[in-house]
Structures are given as C-alpha cells and as structure tokens.
Design a protein around this ligand. Structure first.
Ligand SMILES: [Zn+2]
Length: 297
C-alpha cells in the first residue's frame, strides 16, 4: 500500500482535482468551491500521510517553527490573498483605461477554446512565477523577503504557506496580474488553480514520494527539496511553481532519479545571522533591518 501511495499520490491528486473541476464546469457547479475542496483534500492527504510515509522521520513532530508557519498561513490565506484578489481586477481596469485596453495577445487568447486558453495561461503564469522566484534568489533586496521561506530547517506540508507578504505580492504581480490584464476569464483562472493546488500542497510535504517521470513535468517535493538545500549550488535550482518547464528551458532543472535528499535544509552559511528560529514578527521585520540578508557567494 505504501508503495502505491509513494508512486501514485501526486498523479491521483492532480487527476482527481482536474476531474472534479471539469465535472463542476460541465454540470454548472460552483467552480470556486470545487477548486477549494480539491485543494483542501490535497492538503489533508499531504498532512495526514506525513505520519505514514515520511521522507525524514526527524522532520515529524511539533517544532517551534509550526507557530511561524501557522501565523504565516493565516496572514497569507485570510488577509493578503483576498486583498490581492480584490485589488488586482480594480488595478487591471485602471491600467486598461490608462492605456486604452486590449492587446493582440488578449484578442488571440479570447478567440481560443477553453483547453488551449488554459494551456496558454499555465505557461504564461508559470513563466512570470519562475522569474519572480529566480529574482528573489539573485537580487539582494528581494532575497531579504524570500529568506523567510527558506529559513525553515525541515520540510513539511505547512511550509507551503510560509511567505513574506511582500514576497507573495511580487509573485502575484508577475504570475497572476498579467492574466488579469489580459482579461483571462474566471473559469480559465480557476482551471489553472485546479492544476496547481494539488502540486503545491504536496510540494513541501515530508513524504517519501517516488513520482517517476512526473518529476520532469511538475515541481514535485522530490525536485523542490533541492531548492531548500543549504548548499547554494543545489538551492539555486528548480524555481518552478507548478511545472518545471521553465527550469528545463533556462537550464536550472536538477533531479536525480535515485537520491533526492540534500544533506541539510535551510538558509545558506552567509545568512547565519538570520533569526531562523525567531517568531513570525521577528522574521517578518528582519527584512527591513540593515545588514539583512546577505546573498550567498
Ligand atoms: Zn526559493
């Protein structure tokens, strides 16, 4: 049974979420609710199975970091994300009015059927998110914000929500806002969420998954584990959000078919003065303190 879970959990959750989404679309059910239920189910599977099939037993249990992750989850899910979803369309309309609205790409997109639209949106948003993430690793002022996400010294399901609100805003501006500017319909946006949520919910999970060839397509926990290595040459890889498509294109993909277990997880040696075990507020404000946080190398 454990072998089946290890091999097929990712595929099952992705197919399950997409099936639920397309059924909801076909029968006129509430699409937002379908995506939310799929995401909650994926998170519950990740959280529950960590006790059954852990990648690292020492990462189980209640570390002090759980308070940071839970606080961050509340801030991101209950405050930052709803604010952005409200402000994004308002800002997009303002930009349309300022520049006259419309573009050749928006017109082309609007003329396509649902599935080609969805594929185009996935590739476009993933490209924006890839560069948002890569710049947060290579530009000092952005690394100050992103250090909070990398300060955890273990990987488990809740790490998925550990983001500085300004880091989250930047990801939104490069990954989601362009879609709003293009006037992408809500059901296409929700289709992208139905695809991305199961991958994201499993991405940081402390699960011994062996997803095989899917590691070359999705940003799985096996692939993403390298991204959290405390060794810069391993960590500055695999920037992909849902897919690793742009990592392949820009030469930052890293995956070993046999052993994807970095020696240590956490910040680089150059960031040893970062308060990795501090409270959420301490880490939140650390980004604005002089000297924080040095880039590696
Ligand atoms: Zn990162």
């Amino acid at each position: 049974m454990k072998r089946l879970i290890s091999r097929y959990l990712l595929a099952t959750t992705v197919i399950g979420n997409m099936t639920l989404f397309f059924l909801a679309r076909k029968f006129g059910w509430n699409l937002e609710l379908a995506v939310l239920l799929g995401a909650l189910g994926s998170f519950a599977a990740a959280w529950g199975l960590e006790r059954v099939l852990p990648h690292e037993r020492r990462w189980l249990g209640k570390g002090a970091d759980i308070a940071v992750d839970l606080t961050s989850a509340v801030v991101v899910v209950a405050i930052v994300d709803p604010l952005l979803k409200f402000a994004g369309p308002v800002l997009a309309v303002a930009v349309w009015r300022m520049f006259g609205g419309g573009s050749a790409l928006a017109d082309w997109l609007a003329a396509q059927a649902f599935v080609p639209q969805l594929l185009a949106v996935v590739m476009l948003s993933e490209l924006g998110r890839y560069w948002a993430h890569r710049w947060h690793h290579t530009l000092g002022w952005l690394w100050k914000l992103h250090a909070l996400h990398h300060s955890s010294e273990r990987l488990y399901a809740l790490n998925n929500f550990r983001f500085h609100p300004l880091n989250y805003l930047n990801n939104f501006l490069l990954g989601v806002f362009p879609l709003m500017l293009l006037g992408v319909p809500a059901d296409v946006m929700l289709g992208y969420l139905a695809l991305s949520q199961p991958v994201l919910m499993l991405q940081h999970a402390n699960l011994d998954l062996r997803s095989g060839w899917l590691n070359y397509v999705f940003s799985t926990n096996e692939v993403h584990r390298w991204h959290h290595s405390s060794t810069p040459s391993e960590a500055n890889r695999n920037y992909g959000y849902t897919l690793v498509l742009w990592d392949h294109v820009f030469g930052t993909f890293h995956y070993l078919p046999c052993d994807n277990a970095p020696r240590r997880i956490g910040l680089f040696a150059e960031n040893s003065d970062y308060p990795a075990s501090g409270s959420y507020l301490t880490q939140l404000t650390q980004a604005f303190k002089p000297g924080c946080c040095r880039l590696y190398g």
